[in-house]
Design a protein around this ligand. Structure first.
Ligand code: PSV
Ligand code: MN
Length: 395
């Protein structure tokens, strides 16, 4: 197989998950700008995901966030999704919007509050089982605002204990993802602040506890691709919450600010996939990684933004697949700094859009999903159909 057709095949097979909350109205803490045609319930969010899946061919699963996406009958929601070619992806827990969680959830000093948070995540495990999902995701807003407010080790002990209690309730072969974030909403310390914390906690919890890397959750200048490589080597990279940032946790479209960083992350994943013999752990781990978008479309129209994001990720992945890994290894072992860097940079500088367009065409998809979506009637149709009711948001 030529490198071009290998790239085309890999990119048209890349599975991408979209977030139900990305279809709803969301924004900054200053203002959420409502848009026409926004879904009013989880079923309509699934319809939007199905549209993205139809135009891109690769984004066919939708992550849910509980309680935002609570319905009376989850197996019905899953069946509704299936009929539209959509799968239910990760079940995201929410222990950050209840009065009781002022001082934390799983790390809270009070047993009763921890119990409530555990029960909520157990419910998420149950929802995963009912919807055929294999991932339950935990992101905690837990932390403190003032030095002395609570004890780091006591809180970490509570975290490990509660996650160990939840772990056996995962669906069979299900995985628990623990997501880190260095600050916000807590400003002095965050209980799961970085990959090292998330990794060591996962190691205490169980083999199927893995780390979720939200690309927006790092301090500026952090080398995210190195974090990805370490997690892969440990077999603990669960998945990504993909987005882009300029300053904080900005939740902008993936690849919109720093596409070179996205390419470098993809390069680590591609290398791990190729390392079957030299690093079987990283190889196996790279094959199970979930590529989810965790974005917020406040001023830009939502569906076109999701479609652009999917295309941005495909482009970064295609470029990473073009890196000549044999030549790269040779340059590395010869200590040829410039040649090694040139191999990477040349792949990044390749315009892969024509290649992706023809791969999509061959697969019976629109060559440019974004342009095809804009030319379609979908935007008008959704706005006309969804009049009245309450548009979904993150409250
Ligand atoms: C937290 O900032 C986060 O990235 C987590 O993934 C949450 O579940 C999500 O955002 C909610 O928007
Ligand atoms: Mn996230």
């Amino acid at each position: 197989m030529s490198s071009q057709s290998r790239v085309a095949a890999a990119v048209t097979e890349l599975e991408i998950e979209t977030p139900s909350w990305g279809y709803g109205n969301s924004g900054t803490r200053f203002k959420v700008f409502p848009q026409p045609g926004v879904p009013r319930d989880p079923f309509e969010k699934v319809e939007d995901a199905a549209i993205v899946g139809r135009f891109t061919g690769v984004a066919r699963s939708i992550a849910l966030h509980i309680p935002w996406d609570r319905v009376d009958d989850f197996s019905m929601l899953a069946a509704f999704a299936r009929e539209r070619g959509v799968r239910i992806g990760g079940i995201n827990s929410n222990t950050f919007q209840d009065e009781d969680y002022k001082l934390g959830s799983l790390c809270h000093p009070s047993f009763e509050v921890r119990r409530k948070a555990v029960d909520h995540i157990l419910e998420c495990c149950d929802i995963a089982r009912q919807t055929g999902s294999t991932v339950v995701k935990v992101w905690l807003a837990d932390g403190s605002n003032y030095p002395g407010q609570d004890d780091f080790r006591a809180r970490r002990r509570r975290l490990i204990e509660t996650l160990r209690e939840i772990y056996p309730a995962l669906p069979e072969n299900g995985r628990m993802f623990l997501e880190y974030k260095f600050y916000e909403p807590a400003f002095y310390h965050t209980d799961v602040q970085d990959w090292g914390q998330a990794l060591t906690v996962c190691q205490h919890v169980g083999e199927r506890a893995q780390v979720c890397v939200d690309t927006g959750h790092h301090a500026m200048g952090t080398n995210i691709e190195q974090i990805v490589s370490i997690l892969l080597q440990e077999g603990r990279l669960g998945g990504f919450d993909l987005n882009d940032k300029k300053y904080g946790d900005d939740d902008l479209m993936v690849g919109s600010i720093d596409p070179y960083q996205l390419f470098r992350i993809c390069h680590e994943l591609v290398k791990a996939q190729a390392d079957q013999l030299t690093d079987p752990v990283a190889h196996a781990n790279a094959r199970e990684v979930v590529y989810m978008l965790d974005q917020c479309h406040n001023i830009e129209p939502k569906l076109p933004a999701v479609i652009r994001s999917v295309m941005n990720l495909q482009e970064a992945m295609a470029k990473a697949l073009l890196v000549d890994l044999d030549a790269l290894r040779q340059a590395q072992s010869a200590g040829d700094v410039l040649e090694a860097n040139r191999l990477l940079k040349d792949a990044y500088d390749t315009d892969v859009r024509p290649l992706l367009a023809s791969a999509r065409g061959l697969a019976g998809l629109p060559e440019d999903p974004y342009v095809a979506y804009l030319a379609s009637d979908e935007e008008r149709r959704r706005a006309a159909a969804r009049v009245g009711g309450v548009a979904a948001g993150w409250q």
